[in-house]
Design a protein around this ligand. Structure first.
Ligand code: UD1
Length: 407
């Protein structure tokens, strides 16, 4: 257990630089197994990435960092049984299913892990594989995936799923013929994987509303690619501007942040963007109702951090993506918060937060407790902060640079 102590009430302002996106880096690291050697830049320094790289090493791949670029060589890839406990430690390990069916006739893999956000099945991934003619057998805690003649076809996802869309793209990128994924996710991270694979020589396009077309190619080439900026990290620091005063956020892809900017404006903030820099200035916060949805809707990953602003001005959050992503609310209530949870909706009443000992239960919820500690009166101890290090690069250093008092 690792904890941090936060002395609340300090004023935060200044500049922050956004790192590469966790949810792009993880699938793109796995996608690099489809060629011999790739060079990836803008890789975030987070524990999910180091765990994924450890998994790659355990199956025969090699990697090294040179001048902040990650070089992955998968020529030695030789293990098709992935029973490593790390598979169950991170969510992004599920991408190995889609990538490795291109490299082996059969693979055995454990179930992925990740944050507990309510129900997180992987049935869309497995049903999609079956539609491609891949045999899937679930055997207690393992999945056995056997490639028969991979066929092309049309897969319609019951609802847009980031993980399933990417996994099915990875599985079909080298099919003979054309595959369509309907009702696909179009999140910026999915688009980043498509762009990376196309740079390698794949032929993938978003043909129309939520339809991904994959025309199979024989071979993918070695390339260098830059991971896109993390829109969730950017949105989190934008919220600090909304809570404290003025923050300039560098290295922002504004096209990824439209719904976040809309919510910040509804909260009453002044938001401006110029040449990769987003500036957020605080005004009197206004009560709002936040509704999360798949992209281009407001991201579910930001609802927990934004709940902290609602402890100031009141409002509701409806999470339409996950059914139980509110582990932070019970902890904020220990800090004199007043949040009622009812199904996938929370009602937040304005209160003055007071420092307490709280525990981070999941990545984004953990970050929301840090933000709550920063605006609270007195001292807050946040326990289990390793979970925040899964997805936020150097978050303590970045917050201290903005003026936070964290010990
Ligand atoms: C990814 C992100 C996570 C983000 C989420 C939604 C990674 C590593 N994680 O998670 O940070 O919060 O997208 O933007 O990129 N579903 C099923 N069956 C499936 C797959 C999904 O029922 O097989 C449901 C889920 O329970 C959820 C919804 O579909 O209700 C969307 O989930 P999905 O987009 O797949 O999330 P993840 O890929 O797990």
């Amino acid at each position: 257990m690792k904890y941090i102590r936060i002395i609340g009430g300090n004023h935060l302002s200044g500049d922050v630089i956004i790192d590469g996106a966790k949810n792009s880096a993880l699938p793109n690291i796995v996608a690099s197994l489809l060629c011999d050697e790739c060079v990836l830049s803008n890789i975030p320094n987070i524990s999910d990435v180091s765990k994924l790289l450890e998994i790659l090493k355990s199956i025969g791949c090699e990697y090294k960092y040179e001048s902040e670029k990650l070089i992955i060589n998968s020529e030695g890839l030789n293990r098709n049984v992935l029973d490593n406990s790390l598979i169950g430690d991170i969510r992004g390990s599920y991408y190995l299913m889609g990538a490795l069916v291109n490299r082996f006739d059969a693979i055995v893999i454990s179930y992925p892990g990740g944050c507990n956000l309510g129900s997180r099945p992987i049935d869309y991934h497995l049903d999609g594989f079956k539609k491609l003619g891949i045999k899937v057998e679930e055997d207690n805690d393992r999945i056995v995936i056997t490639k028969k003649d991979v066929i092309v076809g049309k897969i319609t996802l019951p609802k847009p799923s980031v993980g399933a869309t990417i996994n099915l793209i990875l599985a079909s990128v080298r099919c003979v013929g054309e595959t369509f994924i309907e009702n696909a996710s179009i999140e910026p991270e999915v688009q980043d994987v498509i762009q990376f694979l196309n740079k390698m020589g794949a032929n993938i396009s978003l043909t129309s509303e939520r339809v991904v077309s994959i025309k199979g190619v024989n071979k993918l080439n070695n390339v260098e690619y830059k991971i896109k900026a993390d829109r969730i990290e950017a949105g989190t620091y934008a919220l600090i501007g909304a809570l404290f005063g003025s923050v300039n956020i560098f290295n922002v892809d504004i096209g990824d942040l439209k719904s976040t900017v809309d919510v910040l404006s509804d909260l009453g903030c002044d938001v401006s963007y110029n040449n990769g820099v987003l500036e957020v200035r605080r005004n009197k916060l206004k009560r709002i109702n936040i509704v999360t949805d798949v992209f281009p809707g407001f991201p579910t990953d930001l609802q927990q951090p934004f709940t902290v602003a609602l402890t100031r001005c009141g409002g509701t959050v409806t999470d339409n993506v996950f059914d139980n992503r509110f582990s932070n609310c019970k902890e904020i209530n220990k800090m004199n918060g007043h949040i009622n949870v009812c199904g996938n909706v929370i009602q937040v009443y304005p209160t003055k937060l007071i420092g307490e000992m709280v525990t981070a239960k999941d990545l984004r919820g953990g970050m929301s407790l840090v933000l709550a500690g920063l605006i609270a009166e007195g001292e807050t101890v946040v326990e289990d902060v390793e979970i925040i290090e899964r997805g936020y690069t150097n978050f303590v250093k970045k917050l201290i640079k903005l003026g936070a008092k964290i010990i």
